[in-house]
Design a binder for this molecule. Structure first.
Ligand code: HEM
Length: 452
């Protein structure tokens, strides 16, 4: 770690951090917001020996994530802790290995590839909506759980072609949530490592991971054995050689990448779709506008890929939902060499937190940041003041797929159903790795009566 000091940024005193430890464990984003309001858009704090800089200033975010991104790797936490459960793949590798994987996997997410998988996605949607409709007949439902099932079906089908079975979907959803909660515990309470080992928690979570892995291995093996070709991302990965050596990816690497895509693409899209439905339930005045837009763009025809991009009002609603509730509320980086941004000195080893929630609520760029106002996206904004998908070379590889899935499911639900929060109850946030609802999000959902 560099010996020089961070200069010219306000520092949160250590006594404050000690005092706020319990609040930090409950919901770090509330504490980070409190500090941002007191100390400004760039401040520092210490977690143990680690110097940490929390950034919600868009110019500095652009510098760290894009202009000088070579100097900022993913943090040791992501690399060390996540590798244990996810192996080394696109999301947690660096340098030449990362670039090689990124180039190959990007081919699965091009616009033409997405338009090819749209019919598959529409099939998933139809199946999901049938189950969803059935659920509406049993009284209020947890809309978050519904979105978990939809995105797993949808990501699963894009990756494997086969729809995952209901049992696999539930097993995967629970495995991902359980392991992520455990990883967060390990990061926030590193002193409990011996306890985790002695009580068998580590072993237990590895077993859950192995069971999830096995589902993916079975898919790979059955595809290889059958010799059938699917129009999915698994097929693309199995068939596409690396440009430099002409070799194919090994089965182990395919497994890791598919697992990472499932994890990266599942809860994020779930969270974005859930909060969008929540914002619409809280602000029903936007529903009619969306319905009018869908009617004028599609009539009563099904929604296709070209049409999705014309649903401008719905896109603004989604953007505003991801601004107010960004699925990733923060990401993290570590400075390799000493660096400077303006007059701020950033010694090597500093953890830099691109604080996405803070950037999205930075009053200098978003007046009245807590107000839900989709039309604010009619005005131009600083590109790094709105970064739900990150920025620079490591920007989310799956963002177009995510937008497609979310727009499809939201437009279909809004077009065909009325929905409201039970007792109009406000739902709090739980900010661990992602910004999730802090409990079930119960809604009453009913089929709309078509207008003549
Ligand atoms: C609304 C949904 C989504 C959100 C908000 C989201 C957000 C993000 C963010 C913020 C990053 C950057 C992380 C960093 O720089 O540290 C990222 C990276 C990534 N995302 Fe997404 N994501 C979404 C959906 C998806 C989907 C559907 C997939 C794939 C199926 C996906 C796959 C990935 C991968 C593989 C990376 C790592 C890219 C790299 O390091 O080169 N994401 N995502």
């Amino acid at each position: 770690m560099g010996k020089s000091r961070i200069t010219n940024t306000p520092n949160v005193p250590t006594w404050r951090i000690v005092k706020d430890t319990a609040a930090m464990l409950r919901s770090p984003v509330h504490v980070f917001e409190q500090y941002r309001k007191e100390f400004g858009p760039i401040y520092t704090l210490r977690f143990g020996v680690r110097r940490t800089m929390v950034v919600s200033d868009p110019d500095m975010l652009r510098y760290v994530l894009k202009e000088n991104n070579d100097n900022y790797t993913k943090s040791h936490i992501q690399v060390k802790r996540f590798v244990e459960f996810q192996g080394i793949g696109l999301t947690n590798s660096h340098g030449d290995y990362w670039l090689r994987q990124r180039k190959l996997l990007s081919m699965g997410f091009t616009r033409s590839r997405l338009s090819e998988i749209l019919p598959i996605q529409l099939g998933v949607l139809e199946k999901f909506m049938a189950d969803f409709h059935e659920e509406t007949t049993h009284g209020p439902m947890d809309i978050h759980r519904q979105m978990v099932l939809f995105t797993l079906m949808s990501v699963g089908k894009s990756l494997f072609g086969e729809p995952m079975t209901k049992t696999e979907l539930n097993q995967f959803a629970d495995a991902i949530a359980t392991i992520q909660a455990y990883l967060v515990k390990k990061v926030v309470q590193p002193y409990l490592f011996p306890y985790f080992f002695l009580t068998g928690q580590n072993r237990k979570h590895h077993k859950i991971r192995e069971e999830g892995d096995q589902i993916i291995i079975d898919y790979i093996e059955s595809r290889r054995k059958s010799g059938e070709k699917g129009a999915d991302i698994l097929q693309l990965i199995l068939d596409t050689p690396y440009k430099d050596t002409g070799e194919l990816m090994s089965d182990e690497t395919v497994k890791v990448e598919i697992l990472q895509l499932l994890v990266a693409g599942n809860e994020t899209s779930t969270t974005a779709a859930t909060w969008t439905l929540y914002q619409l339930a809280r602000h029903p005045e936007h529903l009619e506008k969306i319905r009018e837009e869908i009617e004028s763009v599609c009539g009563d025809k099904p929604i296709d890929y070209g049409v999705l991009h014309s649903l401008n009002y719905l896109i603004r609603v989604l953007d505003e939902s991801m601004r107010t509730y960004p699925p990733f509320w923060m990401i993290d980086r570590e400075a390799i060499d000493d660096d400077r941004f303006g007059d701020i000195n950033i010694p090597s080893g500093t953890t830099v937190i691109p604080y996405i929630y803070g950037a999205h609520h930075n009053e200098a760029y978003w007046p009245n940041p807590d107000e839900f106002n989709p039309d604010r996206f009619l005005d131009k904004h600083h590109p790094f003041s709105f970064i739900p998908f990150g920025g620079g070379p490591r920007v989310c590889i799956g963002q177009n797929m995510a937008l497609m899935q979310i727009l499809l499911v939201i437009s279909t639900i809004v077009r065909d159903y009325d929905f409201e929060l039970v007792d109009n109850k406000e739902v709090g946030i739980k900010s661990m790795m992602l910004l999730k609802p802090d409990g079930p999000m119960m809604m009453k959902v009913s089929k709309r009566v078509p207008r003549n």
